[in-house]
Every structure is written in structure tokens, then in C-alpha cells.
Design a protein around this ligand. Structure first.
Ligand SMILES: [Zn+2]
Length: 287
């Protein structure tokens, strides 16, 4: 059964570790992440972007697939199904479809409008026992068409949004989606420290987890980050393993053209990436 992310993140923040959010794209992705979480006894958050939701034939299809897998694969660790960077409209669609968690990305609205819409969604999610993530200070990167230095959130704005009763808060601390440019300045721990001091027990979320050096990840966790989003890294490892299979000509040998065989190395590569991240984040054995 799907659960809200509230309890797993409250425990993570108190225990000084982080739960990974791994974005899913299809059946192989979902199965690889769920099986790894179960093997390592780690709580897990499955992230679904609006684009991935559309690709997988809609949010109801995603809910059906994930619920079916949890039952048929015998998954016992806590699993949250979470909308990643949702618009106001997508949040409602996912809540109706049966997601257990949503992110409302109101960072592009003026702060007053972000506050008003977040407040409304807090009430809706609370009534249904769902978790809600809010974002303050836009997180840059390829999704915006420009790769630049990530923005830093205003700690006072973070407190304002945290006080509305959201479950977890994504604050820009110089992080970026996608691959980091060579001249990236690193995470702003000064900002993170200030945000945590203003927001207290609120679990903080680090987006753009791909390519952040391990020591920075560990320091971010020590300063209150309890959820880390990983997306690009699984895509890169899946692509590399699939490329190798084809380049080695394995699809031309015997029944190597069977899609279940072609997708197998990528599936294993995702499992390995998720394992590596769960070990780094400290969530192994915490389910
Ligand atoms: Zn993000």
C-alpha cells in the first residue's frame, strides 16, 4: 500500500539520513527501484514528472502499475508515489488518481500567489492524509532551457511557506537539474544552514542530486536535507548499459532481440545506481 512521505521523512530528518526520490519512466524503472528498496530495507519515494505521467499513459495508469507491483512483488517497505514539480492542476489530477504525495511547484508565481495556492493544497492534502512538497527559489537547470548557477532561496520566504503546514520544503541552494557545468560553484551551505534555522524540524529537499560530490551530499544531510531527488543519474546508467548491449552485438545473437533481454542490462544498471544512492544517503535498513 502506498503511504504518505511524512513519516519516513520525519524519521529521516531526526535520524540524520535522507530518503531518495527516484523518478520513474516505465515498468522496468519502477520494478528496479521497488526491488532494490525491498532488498535494502529502505523507504523509497517514486517520483513522476508531468511529462513522465503523460508518457506512461496518465496518472491512473501509473497508480495501477505501482499498486499492482507493491502487491505482486511483495514490497513491504514504505513507498510513496509522488508528483514531481507539479502544476496546480496536475496536483489535483494526481490526488484524484491515487498518488500518496504531491509537489506543488509554485516557485514561478509571485510569493503571495505561491502562498495562497500552497495553503489551499495543504488543506486538501491534510484531509486526505497525503504529503505535500513546496518549492521556494527556482531550481535552475536544463528544464528551464538555460544552464546557469542555481538560485538560492530567501530563508524568510522558506519560513513563510513552511509555516503553512507543508510536509517538506525544496529550497534552492545553488543546485541544478541535470548535469552540472564544469564551472559550478557548489552548494551554498550558508543558505541551507539559514533555511534550516528558520524552518526547524521541516524535512528539506535537495533537487538535482545527479553529480553532486559525495561529501557535499553528506554535509547537506547533516544540515537538514531529508529527501534527495535522483533522476538523470538513473537515465545515464540505463543508457550506458543499453548502449553496451547493442554495441556488443548481443541483440543479434540467438533471441537477443527479445525486448526483455534488451532491457535487462539497463534494469540492472538502475538497480546498481539506486543501491549506491541509498547507501550514500544512509537509508539502508531504515524501513
Ligand atoms: Zn526538481
Amino acid at each position: 500500500m502506498l503511504v504518505s512521505a511524512k513519516e519516513m521523512l520525519t524519521k529521516a530528518k531526526a535520524g540524520k539520513y535522507a530518503v531518495g526520490q527516484f523518478n520513474i519512466n516505465n515498468l522496468e524503472w519502477t520494478k528496479a527501484i521497488l526491488l532494490t528498496a525491498e532488498e535494502l530495507k529502505s523507504p523509497v519515494i517514486l517520483g513522476v514528472s508531468e511529462g513522465a505521467g503523460k508518457y506512461m499513459a496518465g496518472y491512473k495508469t501509473v497508480v495501477g502499475m505501482v499498486n499492482g507491483m507493491i502487491e505482486e512483488l511483495g514490497i513491504t517497505v514504505p513507498v510513496a508515489l509522488h508528483l514531481d514539480h507539479g502544476s496546480y492542476e496536475a496536483c489535483y489530477k494526481c490526488i484524484d488518481a491515487g498518488f500518496s504525495s504531491v509537489m506543488f511547484d509554485g516557485s514561478h508565481y509571485p510569493i503571495d500567489e505561491n502562498v495562497a495556492k500552497t495553503k489551499e493544497l495543504v488543506a486538501v492534502c491534510e484531509a486526505k492524509g497525503l504529503s505535500l512538497e513546496a518549492e521556494v527559489g527556482a531550481i535552475g537547470g536544463e528544464e528551464d532551457g538555460v544552464v546557469g548557477a542555481g538560485e538560492c532561496a530567501d530563508p524568510d520566504e522558506c519560513k513563510m511557506i513552511a509555516d503553512l503546514g507543508v510536509t517538506m520544503l525544496a529550497a534552492g541552494i545553488g543546485n541544478i537539474h541535470g548535469k552540472y557545468p564544469a564551472n559550478w560553484k557548489g552548494l551554498s551551505f550558508e543558505t541551507l544552514d539559514a533555511v534550516q534555522q528558520k524552518t526547524g524540524d521541516m524535512p528539506l529537499v535537495l533537487h538535482g542530486g545527479t553529480g553532486i560530490p559525495e561529501d557535499m551530499i553528506k554535509k547537506a544531510i547533516s544540515l537538514g536535507v531529508a529527501k534527495i531527488n535522483v533522476n538523470t543519474e538513473c537515465q545515464l546508467s540505463f543508457a550506458a548499459a543499453t548502449r553496451k548491449y547493442i554495441e556488443d552485438g548481443k541483440d543479434l545473437v540467438g533471441k537477443g532481440f527479445d525486448p526483455r533481454k534488451i532491457l535487462a542490462p539497463g534494469f540492472e544498471a538502475i538497480k546498481a545506481t539506486v543501491k549506491e544512492k541509498m547507501e550514500l544517503f544512509g537509508s539502508v535498513g531504515k524501513a
